[in-house]
Every structure is written in C-alpha cells, then in structure tokens.
Design a protein around this ligand. Structure first.
Ligand code: AMP
Ligand code: GLY
Length: 426
C-alpha cells in the first residue's frame, strides 16, 4: 500500500520526521501542518495551525490520510488523538488522558509517587501563601515549576532562596506563564548529569531508542536562560546498557503500567527526561512526544523504516518488529536567532545550507525558517539544526561544527560545546 501521511508541527523535529518518513518506499505523499521551509522540500505544507485540531481532522478526512503523526505537544494536550479516533482516522500519539503525563506536572508527579518511580521529592501548591511558607521552610537550591504546559519555559532552577521567591511570585502572582502557573510544583534540586530516553509505545509494550542528551541553557557551559534545546548527541557515551536497563525496568515499565490502569494506555512516544544521580537515574519530567532537537539526532541514527515502527505502535504490534540503528554517533547543533530565548528579529536572509549539506554525513534540518519571495529567511528562535553522523562522537561533532560555520544569517548564535562534556567518556 502506498501511504499518504500528515505530520503535525513546524520545528526541526517535524523536518527530521518528514526526512526519515520520506525515505520509506511505502510513502507516496507527505503533508506537514503547518511545517517550515525545510518540510516544504519533502512534501506539501498545509496552512493549518498545529492546535486547530478540528481543521486538521477535516483535512485528514478529505485527503484520505493513512496515518497522522503528531510531533508537537499542544495538539496532544488538546485531545487531537481522541478527535481523530472518533472519526476513525488513524493517528499516532497518546490520547488526551495519557498525554497528561506531560501536560500536567502535578498529574505526572502523582503517578510517579504512586508507582514508586525515582524522582525529585516535591509538593504541589495552588495557593501562593502556602507555597511561600513551604519554600521558606526548606530553602535553596530548589526548583520551581509551573504545572501546565509553558513551552519549556515554566521551570526555574534556583540557587538561592531569593531567586526561588522571585520565581514563585512570577509564576503564581504575576502569571508569567499564564494559567500554567495556577498550580506550582516545588521540587528538590537533583544533582547529576542529564540525559533523555525515548520509547516507542503501543499501549502494551515498548521499544527504547538510543539514549540522547540535550543542552538546554542558551550559552556555553550551561550559562544563561533555558531554551527549548540548543543541541543534542546520541547515543550518550556514558549511558551504559545497565543504565538503559535500569530506566526500562524502574521507570518506563512502571509508568506505562500505572498509566494504563489509572488513565489510559499510552500509544506514541514516551520521553522521560532524566538525571543520573548517585542513587541512579531519576525522572525530571515525562514528555508525551519526541524531543526537539533530540529527534534530529535520533532520526540520523535510525536504520529501520520509521513508518513500519509507527504503524506497529498504533496497531499494538511493537513486539513483532525489530528496530535497527546505525552504529556510531549523531549530533545536532542548533543555530539560533540572536537574542533567543528572549526577543529576536525575524525575516533575516539565510545562506550556506547547500554548501553545508555537500559535506559528507551532514544534514541540515529547518526549524524557524520560511521562504519569502524565493528567499530563505529566519522565522523563529531556533532557526536550523545542523546534524552530522560519525564513527566517533568527536568525528560527528567536528563535521557538524564545520558545517555550522558555513551557514550565515545575521545574529546567528550557537553553543560551541555540544557533547563536549561527554567526549572524555566516548
Ligand atoms: P523541564 O522543563 O522539567 O525539563 O526542566 C527544564 C530543565 O530544568 C531540565 O532540563 C533540568 O536541567 C532542570 N531541572 C528541572 N527539574 C530539576 C530538578 N529537580 N533538579 C535539577 N534540575 C532540574
Ligand atoms: N529537547 C527538549 C524537549 O523536546 O522537550
């Protein structure tokens, strides 16, 4: 059968998914809603926002889409999967109830506590005065999190009590993250190295992807504000098979079990963000979709046909397939607009991508880009993801950085230390 697919989202993740899916001999056509300049080279962009789930369902029905792939988190939280299923449309992703594992930190924390999953100690507050009193009683370092979805920006890691009080007031009183801050989670600061694990899930079983590591702060050395992610490596050389087995047994298995029992079986991609503490891996958060930019590295490593995996996931047949991965390493260096994650300019011309992609093992994924009267221009905070593969992590990083240098736009900013702290253990 030849498939017509619809991918929902507009970031580097969606370009990477479209890139991988377009390699499947079974795929006839890919639509991306709303997509970016990169996805328009692989399929047809559709001008429907990722959150207009009604219009997306109508589109999928009209175009006889054989599988819809949800990249972004907000349509999941809005119940896109439930909506499509009601119309008998095939869609890959968790239903609204299961997606709460990401959309409500309080929900996730509660399930983790009940399932005995290792995570930071925490308390949830809906009342500012109570939250403040608690904060004063335990002091810093401490982490303040808006409970709802806040585009990755609702979390403040506070080194001092003064910082923590300011963050709490911003979230709960000043409503810096809107309604996401009506409820706040105050949690223990976990010390250790961060990594993430992605798992394809089919409601009954799951398959892990290689480990990955994002770099969230905007500047080298982990300085500056947190962003959506400035670059990734995969696999992470210090994440041993024992650690992956620990994550599989003590984190992924029990969360899927309790989700199935108390909410709804999880179908789609489960992505726990983790910290490797002295006591072993602990969960910082669960995401209910692919990470971005993690996916840009992971898709470069995937050997199997992604369409087969997604179909097996939707059909509850993951245990019947093997997923193959290329040997070696992949990395992604994000080229961001000057000023990101704060204010930045849009509409600046971009050059050099073709040259960069002429380099062996380099693929450039688009995130915040668009084409305006034939000219490629910047259109977001994270503009491009320069990915490369290599036999060693160093080889992959060297290629990605050489390619990143060839790409120009005014104000271009990127971290120069992606993967650097892992080189010694690779
Ligand atoms: P999140 O949006 O929950 O992924 O949090 C954003 C970032 O804040 C994470 O990637 C971590 O670097 C940091 N973070 C969150 N929770 C904790 C914690 N309990 N201890 C230490 N760092 C944390
Ligand atoms: N890379 C972080 C995220 O996708 O949430």
């Amino acid at each position: 059968m030849s498939h017509k697919l619809l991918i929902i989202g507009s970031g580097g993740r969606e370009h990477a998914l479209a890139w991988k899916l377009s390699q499947s001999p079974k795929v006839k056509k890919i639509y991306i809603a709303p997509g970016n300049a990169g996805t328009s080279q692989l399929g047809e962009n559709v001008a429907i926002p990722a959150t207009d789930i009604e219009a997306l369902a109508d589109f999928a029905e009209k175009k006889k889409i054989s599988l819809t792939v949800v990249g972004q988190d907000d349509p999941l939280a809005l119940g896109i999967v439930d909506k499509f299923k009601k119309k008998n449309l095939k869609i890959w992703g968790p239903c609204k109830e299961a997606a709460q594992i990401e959309s409500s930190k309080a929900f996730a924390k509660n399930l983790m506590q009940r399932a005995g999953i290792p995570t930071a100690r925490f308390q949830t507050f809906g009342n500012y005065d109570h939250a403040l009193k608690y904060l004063e009683s335990i002091g810093a370092p401490i982490v303040i999190k808006a409970s709802g979805l806040a585009l990755g920006k609702g979390v403040t890691v506070c080194k001092t009590l003064a910082e923590a009080k300011k963050a709490l007031k911003e979230a709960m009183v000043d409503k810096a993250f809107g309604d996401a801050g009506n409820e706040v989670v105050i949690e223990e600061f976990l010390e250790g190295w961060e990594f993430s694990v992605h798992a394809f899930c089919d409601g009954k079983s799951f398959k892990l992807l290689p480990s990955a590591q994002d770099h969230k702060p905007v500047f080298d050395g982990g300085q500056g504000s947190n962003t959506g992610g400035m670059g990734t490596i995969a696999p992470v050389p210090w994440v041993t098979s024992d650690i992956m087995a620990d994550v599989s047994r003590n984190i992924v298995t029990p969360i899927l079990k309790i989700l199935k029992k108390d909410a709804s079986p999880f179908v789609g991609l489960l992505y726990p963000g983790l910290i490797l503490t002295k006591e072993g891996p602990k969960v910082i958060e669960f995401n209910a979709r692919f990470g971005d930019p993690e996916t840009q590295s992971l898709m470069r490593l995937m050997k199997s046909d992604l369409l087969d995996v997604l179909n097996a996931s939707v059909e509850g047949k993951l245990d019947q397939i093997d997923i193959e991965w290329h040997k070696g390493y992949a990395c992604c260096v994000v080229l961001a607009s000057g000023g990101y994650p704060g204010k930045y300019e849009k509409g600046l011309p971009i050059t050099g991508i073709e040259q960069a992609e002429k380099m062996k093992d380099v693929v450039v994924f688009h995130a915040g880009t668009k084409i305006d009267r034939g000219q490629l221009i910047t259109n977001g905070g994270r503009v491009l993801g320069v990915t490369a593969t290599g036999e060693t992590l160093k080889a992959a990083l060297d290629k990605a950085y050489a390619a990143a240098d060839l790409i120009k736009f005014e104000g271009k900013h990127y971290r120069t230390d992606i993967g650097a702290s892992s080189l010694a253990s690779s």
